[in-house]
Design a protein around this ligand. Structure first.
Ligand SMILES: C[S@@+](CC[C@H](N)C(=O)[O-])C[C@H]1O[C@@H](n2cnc3c(N)ncnc32)[C@H](O)[C@@H]1O
Length: 245
């Protein structure tokens, strides 16, 4: 297993070092072989919903950093894709102000229930919660920004990214964060990645370059690694769909 992890890491590390993240195909080999499983994700997060906020506490600085990278302006609208229990809502609200809007999209009813409780407890206006999968959730209009915070399964679904970008204005800022394989020699770090992934995603496919499908939709893509290479932060601008001639 460790040899296999090391091989995956080697490939991803080499690509990251090259600093070249453009892809021409929107479906990675890993995704084709190991698509995410909605039923498994539902069960995973049904069981985790209760203790989820406490589990995520050590990672909260990453969330604040990701949201800062969106460079939000007061009154804008943000899609929080795979919003979970709504942990991003408070910092998003702080950046968006009273008139700003958040649309939280979430598969798991138990996670979304926690998000709903959070909105109610704070008395926030302008937060819409949508229970559904990111590839089909009913959305209206076009938002100014989108955040995919620790949503590996969603990033491995080209249909989900396609659907979400249809509801973004051209020029919208997008940020994605999550687990990735670290450098091959950092095998203890990769054991952490493996353990965390077993617990929180339903496909290990794409962990070498989790942002690669999203990258095909974005301009000015920047990818940073943190947590000893085990976590990526990818930021870019949705370029909009080419107009039909
Ligand atoms: C690790 S949690 C991250 C939650 C939240 N973004 C956060 O930062 O705390 C991943 C979330 O994605 C949701 N999810 C998984 N697959 C999904 C899909 N296809 N569509 C929408 N949500 C999905 C899970 O139910 C879970 O709540």
């Amino acid at each position: 297993m460790v040899r296999r992890l090391a091989w995956c890491s080697l490939e991803g590390y080499a690509e990251r070092r090259k600093g070249c993240h453009a892809m021409t195909k929107r479906t990675s080999v890993a995704t084709r072989h190991h698509p995410p499983k909605v039923d498994a994700a539902l069960e995973q997060y049904r069981l985790r919903a209760h203790g989820y906020d406490a589990e995520l506490a050590p990672f909260e600085p990453l969330r604040l950093d990701a949201i800062k990278r969106l460079q939000l302006q007061g009154g804008e609208t943000v899609l929080d894709v795979g919003c979970g229990t709504g942990l991003s809502f408070e910092p998003l609200k702080a950046a968006l102000g009273e008139r700003g809007k958040i649309i939280g999209i979430e598969l798991c009813p138990q996670m979304l229930g926690k998000a709903r409780d959070r909105v109610k407890a704070h008395g926030w206006k302008g937060v819409r919660l949508v229970n559904g999968t990111a590839d089909m959730a009913p959305l209206n209009g076009q938002a100014d920004a989108a955040i995919f915070h620790f949503t590996h399964d969603i990033l491995q679904q080209p249909e989900a990214i396609d659907h979400i970008t249809r509801h973004l204005k051209p020029g919208a800022k997008v940020v994605a964060t999550g687990l990735q394989w670290a450098a091959p020699w950092a095998w203890p770090v990769n054991l952490f990645v493996w353990g965390a992934a077993m617990y929180s995603v339903t496909t290990m496919g794409g962990l070498d370059r989790p942002w690669s499908t999203l990258a095909t939709y974005l301009e000015e893509l920047e990818v940073h690694s943190t947590w000893m290479g085990s976590i990526f932060v990818a930021t870019g601008t949705w370029r909009g769909r080419p107009s039909k001639a």
